[in-house]
Write a protein that binds this ligand. Structure first.
Ligand code: AMP
Ligand code: MG
Length: 518
């Protein structure tokens, strides 16, 4: 396995001078060198061959001892120097100070086919940023990150990706419910990849420490490596950089809203500077459409990161980034302009996104009220978001709307009285609206089916894969991985996954409720 290595990150950014792996505050540095921990009995469970190919790794190479040792941290690839990154963050609205890669270790940087990739292990042992925790990850959360990040990629949602999922062979102690009942679980390691793991928190930490020198070094690196189209460093370039980050962040969140993904922990340390979905923890997929839903039990009180609040939280996070960049830009006005534009763009882009989900190609004045009406009615009685929108593309002038989407309702008996009449009324309006369209029904269906997924990683599906993997049966991981490579395609032999959440999963830990414990 011969990798085309590149070292922009460690060559151009300042390293921590201290080489000891002790937990501490790290100043004047973007990262600290650290070696992954050797593990008891590593075993590769799954490899994303698409991702391996992107890195220039051949399929037969992914089956070797060497590959296994690299992606589990048991061997360091020749001429590379693994490191953990230093960042801070606002967690649930509060400043949390230094956080950093507490259990992520960056292995190396690869340049293949003109694309630059950073490869990182999650769960490969402690780092100077591990604070009070162990630097490890368990199998359940690793399966969730592995499957979901690749599924999101195939859905067309900006995301970090995954190369491999492995068992470490070590046991890891976790108190899943934080109720004083810790138990041992299987340790696991995900190798994940992206052009950049930089987060808003990487910039915030220097601003908080008034270390403008390193803030500027990091900003210049970001410009040069990730936004070369903006041009050379200047105050104007930094403003343009912020604008690009704002636009990318909004685009990502509009995609989340489109597919019904709820991140669960939108803290600024989990916000990528490239606008990629990063750090898959207690995320979840909407089953019944509900703006108020969050899967994260840690956020149950305030529901700060609920589905309907994600766009606002993206903006809140961008305010924190703006504050971090202000000492360099020294002019609040252009930053405010960008933030105000986010709000305007959000209205516009989310309307466009919903129009496309409904198959509306022309823009009509009343589309917004048609959409708002639908969002309200969808929440009157539990209605499966994925199934509803997927079935909607079958609508035609002579269809009985409610009958057509019957499969989406969790309690069919709710469909009486005002709920039923509101639905019928809505379908009448939809029918009338579609008559204004010039595209054929088939054209509309094709377009709708290309943006309303048929298959997503429903919460219970990930849990089934976890439960079977716990019993050493890994077949379901592969089945779901393959299914989710084509989320928009009809896959008749996989139709069983186009189904509502089963009753057993309604209130089950890991399905509808997830903690940050991972
Ligand atoms: P998260 O909310 O999962 O993104 O994590 C927040 C912070 O906690 C990050 O700095 C993580 O690196 C750190 N962290 C989470 N779990 C662990 C762990 N098991 N060991 C060390 N650090 C951790
Ligand atoms: Mg994180």
């Amino acid at each position: 396995m011969k990798l085309q290595l590149k070292n922009t990150f460690i060559n151009e950014l300042p390293a921590d001078a201290n080489l000891e792996n002790t937990r501490r505050q790290v100043e004047n540095a973007v990262y600290s060198f650290v070696t992954p921990k050797k593990t008891a009995n590593p075993k590769v469970l799954h490899v994303s061959q698409e991702m391996a190919a992107e890195l220039g790794i051949l399929e037969e190479e992914t089956g070797t001892e060497f590959f296994k040792n690299i992606v589990t941290g048991n061997e360091v690839y020749p001429a590379t120097k693994p490191f953990a990154m230093c960042y801070a963050g606002h967690q649930f609205g509060n400043w949390a100070g230094q956080l950093g890669d507490g259990r992520a270790i960056n292995l190396f940087e690869i340049e293949h086919q003109n694309k630059n990739w950073k490869v990182q292990l999650k769960g490969a042992g402690e780092t100077p940023y591990s604070r009070t925790a162990d630097g490890l990850a368990v199998l359940r959360s690793s399966i969730r990150e592995y499957l979901c990040s690749e599924a999101m990629f195939h859905l067309g949602v900006p995301t970090t990706r995954a190369l491999s999922l492995s068992l470490s062979g070590d046991q890891v102690l976790r108190d899943v419910l934080y109720d004083g009942n810790p138990a041992y679980e299987k340790g696991a390691i995900v190798a994940r990849t992206t052009p950049s793991f930089l987060r808003f928190g990487n910039y915030e930490i220097f601003a908080a420490r008034k270390d403008l020198k390193n803030l500027q070094i990091l900003l210049d690196y970001t410009l040069k490596q990730h936004f070369p189209q903006i041009g050379s460093p200047s105050k104007e370039s930094y403003i343009q950089l912020f604008k690009a980050v704002s636009e990318n962040t909004l685009d990502m969140i509009v995609h989340w809203q489109r597919v019904g993904f709820v991140h669960g922990v939108m803290n600024t340390d989990n916000m990528s500077i490239l606008g990629l979905t990063i750090d898959y923890g207690p995320y979840g997929w909407l089953e019944d459409f509900d703006f108020g839903w969050t899967p994260n039990t840690t956020d149950h009180q305030n529901k700060r990161y609920r589905y309907g609040n994600q766009p606002n939280m993206g903006l809140w996070n961008l305010y924190q980034l703006a504050n971090a960049l202000y000492p360099i830009i020294e002019d609040a006005k252009p930053l405010e302009t960008v933030l105000n534009q986010y709000k305007i763009d959000f209205e516009h882009k989310s309307l466009q996104m919903m129009q496309s989900k409904l198959g509306l190609q022309l823009v009509e004045e009343n589309d917004l009220s048609l959409i708002q009406d639908l969002e309200e009615i969808l929440q009157l009685t539990p209605t499966d978001m994925t199934i509803f929108f997927r079935l909607l593309s079958n609508f035609s002038a002579d269809t009985v709307g409610l009958k057509m989407v019957e499969q989406a309702f969790y309690n069919l008996k709710d469909l009486t009285g005002t709920i039923k009449s509101r639905w019928n009324h809505w379908f009448d309006k939809y029918r009338a609206r579609l008559q204004k369209e010039t595209q054929s029904q088939q054209q509309r269906k094709n377009k709708m089916d290309a943006i309303n997924p048929k298959y997503v990683l429903r919460n219970y599906m990930a849990q089934l894969a976890i439960d079977t993997a716990d019993k050493k049966d890994y077949a379901l991981i592969n089945e779901l991985f393959e299914l989710l490579k084509k989320p928009y395609s009809e896959q008749p032999e996989k139709e069983k996954w186009f189904a509502k959440r089963p009753d057993w999963a309604k209130n089950k830990i890991g399905c509808s409720m997830l903690s940050c414990s991972s």
